[in-house]
Design a protein around this ligand. Structure first.
Ligand code: P6P
Length: 282
């Protein structure tokens, strides 16, 4: 496991350099989810595959940018599901983006995730590792290493609200819940990049990020294996909760590798608000 995490640090540095130096144009391809790929999606995916293919403990990998898993080592203990460059379309407007890694044993269901790592490509290159606890690291340009900064813990109640999804497609009860939270004084923080949006809530003590089921996307938009389960693991280990509206996200399984789910990540108070809103709604 440690070898995988160390490789992810190398991956982070190489993708960070690619973001600064490579063409950000669109590739003429789509991924399996139908997202138009930017060239950096493909470059980043290749960087991840190059590094993880050298780790003996990695049995196989699967990427948001790949239709099927890639098998490396039958005897490897771990499966790695990742989004190599989440929110890549934001690079063109110079907003922060990220990479997300879920490390699993056995299969990719939520209960089998054993660690999560995410990288934030922002004004600073930062990396967060969730194992028994959640630790923040920051890249030191002088030493070319990641320095440990601090442990990340969520407060019982936060101040930040990231309301995702197309608002005109929100179910009425969801809209009422969001409106009420804003009336309580929550601050709107939503860039359209899952990684920086969740990173901000984690670093500023808590709140709620919601990407619900909507009339146009009843199963939500965010992908279970590559985005949702890793961040659900992070939020649980940081003292918060992560649900689909009713169930703990880490209790969910999957049918297809690219399944999506409604998802809510936050401090305990805000998740309780979601549970009370969504109770019996399905
Ligand atoms: P919307 C980026 O494309 C992404 O997958 C996540 O990073 C982000 O949270 C979400 O989609 C934003 O979706 O519908 O608000 O543009």
């Amino acid at each position: 496991m440690t070898e995988i995490i160390e490789k992810i640090k190398d991956i982070a540095v190489e993708i960070s350099d690619a973001i600064k130096t490579k063409d950000t144009g669109y590739a003429d391809t789509c991924n399996i989810s139908g997202d138009i790929q930017v060239k950096l999606d493909v470059i980043s995916d290749d960087i991840v595959e190059k590094h993880l293919s050298c780790v003996n403990s990695v049995n196989e990998i699967i990427s948001e940018e790949k239709e099927e898993p890639v098998k490396f080592n039958e005897n490897g203990k771990y499966l790695v599901a990742y989004d190599p460059l989440d929110g890549s379309s934001l690079i063109d407007v110079n907003l922060s983006v990220g990479s997300i890694f879920g490390i699993y044993k056995g299969d990719y269901s939520g209960e089998n995730i054993v660690a999560a790592v995410y990288v934030v490509y922002g004004p600073r290159l930062e990396l967060v590792v969730a194992r028994d606890n959640v630790e923040l690291f920051r890249f030191n340009e002088k030493t070319q290493n990641f320095d440990y900064i601090r442990e990340i813990k969520l407060n019982e109640k936060g101040k930040i609200l990231g309301p995702g999804g197309t608002q005109k497609c929100w179910y009425p009860y969801h809209k009422e819940m969001i409106d009420n939270l804003f009336k309580e004084g929550y601050r709107l923080r939503y860039s359209g990049g899952m990684v920086p949006d969740l990173h901000q809530i984690l670093l500023k003590g808590g709140g709620l990020f919601a990407y619900p089921g909507t009339t146009d996307k009843p199963k939500g938009k965010l992908r279970k294996l590559f985005e949702v389960f890793p961040f659900a693991y992070v939020f649980n280990k940081a003292g918060g909760l992560a649900i689909d509206g009713e169930n703990d996200l880490l209790k969910l399984s999957y049918q297809g590798f690219h399944d999506t789910t409604p998802c809510f990540f936050g401090s305990n108070y805000e998740i309780e608000v979601v549970l009370n809103t969504y109770k019996g709604r399905k």
